[in-house]
Design a binder for this molecule. Structure first.
Ligand code: DX5
Ligand code: ZN
Length: 221
Protein backbone atom coordinates (compact mmCIF):
# COMPACT_ATOMS: atom_id res chain seq x y z
CA UNK A 1 0.00 0.00 0.00
CA UNK A 2 1.11 3.61 -0.69
CA UNK A 3 3.05 5.44 1.99
CA UNK A 4 2.70 9.20 1.62
CA UNK A 5 4.18 11.64 4.16
CA UNK A 6 2.53 15.07 4.50
CA UNK A 7 4.56 17.26 6.90
CA UNK A 8 2.40 19.83 8.73
CA UNK A 9 3.84 23.36 8.61
CA UNK A 10 2.03 24.13 11.86
CA UNK A 11 5.16 22.63 13.49
CA UNK A 12 7.64 24.43 11.22
CA UNK A 13 9.81 27.43 12.10
CA UNK A 14 7.88 30.08 10.11
CA UNK A 15 11.03 32.23 9.96
CA UNK A 16 12.81 29.39 8.12
CA UNK A 17 9.85 28.02 6.19
CA UNK A 18 11.46 27.77 2.74
CA UNK A 19 14.54 26.00 4.11
CA UNK A 20 12.49 23.56 6.21
CA UNK A 21 9.98 22.73 3.46
CA UNK A 22 12.90 22.12 1.07
CA UNK A 23 14.46 19.73 3.62
CA UNK A 24 11.18 17.81 3.99
CA UNK A 25 10.96 17.58 0.21
CA UNK A 26 14.56 16.33 0.02
CA UNK A 27 13.61 13.62 2.51
CA UNK A 28 10.83 12.41 0.23
CA UNK A 29 7.70 14.15 1.55
CA UNK A 30 4.92 13.91 -1.04
CA UNK A 31 2.53 16.61 0.21
CA UNK A 32 2.69 19.67 2.49
CA UNK A 33 -0.11 19.78 5.07
CA UNK A 34 -1.50 23.22 5.95
CA UNK A 35 -3.50 23.39 9.19
CA UNK A 36 -5.97 26.28 9.08
CA UNK A 37 -7.54 27.06 12.47
CA UNK A 38 -10.07 29.80 13.29
CA UNK A 39 -10.13 29.77 17.11
CA UNK A 40 -13.82 28.77 17.03
CA UNK A 41 -14.06 25.22 15.63
CA UNK A 42 -10.82 24.51 17.52
CA UNK A 43 -9.35 26.52 20.44
CA UNK A 44 -6.36 27.74 18.45
CA UNK A 45 -5.68 30.26 15.68
CA UNK A 46 -3.10 29.49 12.98
CA UNK A 47 -3.04 30.93 9.45
CA UNK A 48 -5.02 31.22 6.21
CA UNK A 49 -4.68 32.18 2.56
CA UNK A 50 -1.44 34.18 2.98
CA UNK A 51 0.31 31.00 4.18
CA UNK A 52 -1.02 29.07 1.19
CA UNK A 53 0.17 31.80 -1.19
CA UNK A 54 3.62 31.84 0.46
CA UNK A 55 3.95 28.06 0.26
CA UNK A 56 2.82 28.07 -3.38
CA UNK A 57 5.85 30.20 -4.20
CA UNK A 58 8.37 27.98 -2.41
CA UNK A 59 7.32 24.41 -3.26
CA UNK A 60 5.85 22.43 -6.11
CA UNK A 61 4.50 19.78 -3.73
CA UNK A 62 0.70 19.49 -3.49
CA UNK A 63 -0.68 21.71 -0.68
CA UNK A 64 -2.99 19.55 1.44
CA UNK A 65 -5.14 22.12 3.26
CA UNK A 66 -6.98 21.01 6.41
CA UNK A 67 -9.63 23.46 7.55
CA UNK A 68 -10.44 23.30 11.23
CA UNK A 69 -12.88 26.19 10.88
CA UNK A 70 -16.59 26.96 11.15
CA UNK A 71 -18.30 27.34 7.72
CA UNK A 72 -15.29 26.19 5.65
CA UNK A 73 -17.28 26.84 2.45
CA UNK A 74 -16.51 30.55 2.77
CA UNK A 75 -12.85 29.77 1.89
CA UNK A 76 -13.31 27.51 -1.16
CA UNK A 77 -12.71 30.08 -3.92
CA UNK A 78 -10.02 32.00 -2.05
CA UNK A 79 -7.97 28.91 -1.23
CA UNK A 80 -8.24 27.53 -4.74
CA UNK A 81 -6.98 30.86 -6.08
CA UNK A 82 -4.15 30.84 -3.51
CA UNK A 83 -2.93 27.50 -4.87
CA UNK A 84 -4.42 24.84 -2.58
CA UNK A 85 -4.46 21.34 -4.10
CA UNK A 86 -6.53 19.65 -1.40
CA UNK A 87 -9.49 21.08 0.53
CA UNK A 88 -10.35 18.97 3.56
CA UNK A 89 -13.02 20.18 5.96
CA UNK A 90 -14.96 18.85 8.94
CA UNK A 91 -18.61 17.80 8.39
CA UNK A 92 -19.20 18.84 12.01
CA UNK A 93 -18.53 22.47 10.94
CA UNK A 94 -21.06 22.98 8.11
CA UNK A 95 -24.46 21.96 6.78
CA UNK A 96 -24.29 21.23 3.05
CA UNK A 97 -21.38 18.77 2.90
CA UNK A 98 -22.06 17.35 -0.56
CA UNK A 99 -22.38 20.79 -2.14
CA UNK A 100 -19.03 21.90 -0.71
CA UNK A 101 -17.21 18.70 -1.72
CA UNK A 102 -18.54 19.12 -5.27
CA UNK A 103 -17.47 22.79 -5.33
CA UNK A 104 -13.94 21.87 -4.18
CA UNK A 105 -13.68 19.47 -7.12
CA UNK A 106 -15.11 22.06 -9.54
CA UNK A 107 -12.31 24.35 -8.41
CA UNK A 108 -9.72 21.67 -9.22
CA UNK A 109 -8.97 20.65 -5.62
CA UNK A 110 -9.01 17.21 -4.02
CA UNK A 111 -12.24 17.03 -1.96
CA UNK A 112 -11.76 15.69 1.56
CA UNK A 113 -13.62 15.16 4.82
CA UNK A 114 -11.89 15.14 8.22
CA UNK A 115 -13.45 13.10 11.03
CA UNK A 116 -12.96 14.09 14.66
CA UNK A 117 -12.26 11.20 17.04
CA UNK A 118 -15.90 11.16 18.18
CA UNK A 119 -17.40 11.39 14.67
CA UNK A 120 -18.72 8.15 13.12
CA UNK A 121 -17.48 7.14 9.63
CA UNK A 122 -21.14 6.61 8.66
CA UNK A 123 -21.16 10.24 7.51
CA UNK A 124 -18.97 9.16 4.57
CA UNK A 125 -21.56 6.83 3.02
CA UNK A 126 -23.93 9.47 1.62
CA UNK A 127 -21.06 11.32 -0.10
CA UNK A 128 -19.13 8.25 -1.24
CA UNK A 129 -18.95 9.45 -4.85
CA UNK A 130 -17.78 12.95 -3.88
CA UNK A 131 -14.68 12.03 -1.86
CA UNK A 132 -11.02 12.05 -2.91
CA UNK A 133 -9.68 11.92 0.65
CA UNK A 134 -10.78 10.89 4.13
CA UNK A 135 -8.78 12.37 7.02
CA UNK A 136 -9.01 10.47 10.30
CA UNK A 137 -8.04 12.64 13.28
CA UNK A 138 -5.88 10.57 15.63
CA UNK A 139 -5.87 13.42 18.16
CA UNK A 140 -8.48 16.00 19.08
CA UNK A 141 -7.77 18.80 16.58
CA UNK A 142 -6.24 22.16 17.45
CA UNK A 143 -2.64 21.60 18.41
CA UNK A 144 0.50 19.82 17.25
CA UNK A 145 2.62 17.72 19.59
CA UNK A 146 -0.26 15.70 21.07
CA UNK A 147 -0.24 11.94 21.68
CA UNK A 148 -1.89 9.44 19.32
CA UNK A 149 -5.23 8.50 20.90
CA UNK A 150 -5.59 4.99 22.33
CA UNK A 151 -8.58 4.12 20.12
CA UNK A 152 -7.10 5.59 16.94
CA UNK A 153 -5.90 2.39 15.29
CA UNK A 154 -9.28 0.70 15.71
CA UNK A 155 -10.99 3.84 14.30
CA UNK A 156 -8.73 3.76 11.22
CA UNK A 157 -9.64 0.11 10.62
CA UNK A 158 -13.37 0.91 10.93
CA UNK A 159 -13.06 3.80 8.51
CA UNK A 160 -11.18 1.60 6.01
CA UNK A 161 -13.98 -0.99 6.30
CA UNK A 162 -16.70 1.64 5.71
CA UNK A 163 -14.77 2.98 2.72
CA UNK A 164 -14.43 -0.50 1.24
CA UNK A 165 -18.10 -1.39 1.79
CA UNK A 166 -19.31 1.94 0.35
CA UNK A 167 -16.98 1.74 -2.64
CA UNK A 168 -15.15 4.93 -1.66
CA UNK A 169 -12.07 5.21 -3.85
CA UNK A 170 -10.17 7.80 -1.80
CA UNK A 171 -6.93 8.21 0.17
CA UNK A 172 -7.11 7.50 3.89
CA UNK A 173 -4.99 10.09 5.68
CA UNK A 174 -4.29 10.15 9.43
CA UNK A 175 -3.42 13.21 11.45
CA UNK A 176 -2.03 13.77 14.92
CA UNK A 177 0.61 12.06 17.05
CA UNK A 178 2.12 10.23 14.07
CA UNK A 179 5.73 9.25 14.89
CA UNK A 180 8.06 6.35 14.17
CA UNK A 181 6.36 4.63 17.14
CA UNK A 182 2.79 4.93 15.82
CA UNK A 183 3.00 5.02 12.02
CA UNK A 184 3.27 1.25 11.45
CA UNK A 185 0.07 0.53 13.43
CA UNK A 186 -1.80 3.24 11.51
CA UNK A 187 -0.52 1.89 8.19
CA UNK A 188 -1.40 -1.68 9.16
CA UNK A 189 -4.96 -0.53 9.98
CA UNK A 190 -5.38 0.95 6.48
CA UNK A 191 -3.91 4.46 6.36
CA UNK A 192 -1.91 5.40 3.26
CA UNK A 193 -1.14 9.07 3.94
CA UNK A 194 0.40 10.43 7.13
CA UNK A 195 0.32 13.98 8.44
CA UNK A 196 3.37 14.55 10.62
CA UNK A 197 4.21 17.81 12.36
CA UNK A 198 6.44 17.53 15.42
CA UNK A 199 8.11 14.28 14.35
CA UNK A 200 9.36 16.03 11.17
CA UNK A 201 9.80 19.76 11.81
CA UNK A 202 10.69 19.22 15.47
CA UNK A 203 13.68 17.07 14.48
CA UNK A 204 17.25 18.36 13.94
CA UNK A 205 17.52 16.55 10.59
CA UNK A 206 14.17 17.09 8.82
CA UNK A 207 15.03 15.08 5.70
CA UNK A 208 16.20 12.11 7.75
CA UNK A 209 13.05 12.34 9.91
CA UNK A 210 10.92 11.87 6.78
CA UNK A 211 13.05 8.92 5.63
CA UNK A 212 12.84 7.38 9.13
CA UNK A 213 9.05 7.59 9.13
CA UNK A 214 8.89 5.74 5.81
CA UNK A 215 11.22 3.04 7.11
CA UNK A 216 9.20 2.71 10.34
CA UNK A 217 5.99 2.48 8.32
CA UNK A 218 7.19 -0.67 6.60
CA UNK A 219 8.24 -2.32 9.89
CA UNK A 220 6.08 -5.32 10.73
CA UNK A 221 3.68 -4.56 13.61
C1 DX5 B 1 -3.84 19.09 14.76
C2 DX5 B 1 -3.43 19.19 13.31
C3 DX5 B 1 -2.33 18.22 12.97
C4 DX5 B 1 -1.06 18.52 13.71
C5 DX5 B 1 -0.11 17.35 13.61
O1 DX5 B 1 -5.06 19.72 14.95
O2 DX5 B 1 -4.53 18.91 12.46
O3 DX5 B 1 -2.09 18.26 11.56
O4 DX5 B 1 -0.45 19.67 13.16
O5 DX5 B 1 0.96 17.62 14.45
P1 DX5 B 1 1.72 16.45 15.22
O6 DX5 B 1 2.26 15.53 14.15
O7 DX5 B 1 2.80 17.17 15.99
O8 DX5 B 1 0.71 15.78 16.09
ZN1 ZN C 1 -4.15 18.68 10.13
Amino acid sequence: MTVRIAPSVLAADIGRLAEQVAAAEAGGAEWIHVDVMDGHFVPNLSFGAPMIRALRKITKLPLDVHLMVEHPEQYLDDYAAAGANGFTFHPEATTHVQRHLARARDLGMRAGLALNPSTSPSVLVEVAADLDLVLVMTVNPGFGGQSYLAGATAKIARVREVMRDAGINASLEVDGGITTATIAAAHGAGADTFVVGTAVFGEPDIAEAVRGLKRACLTRV
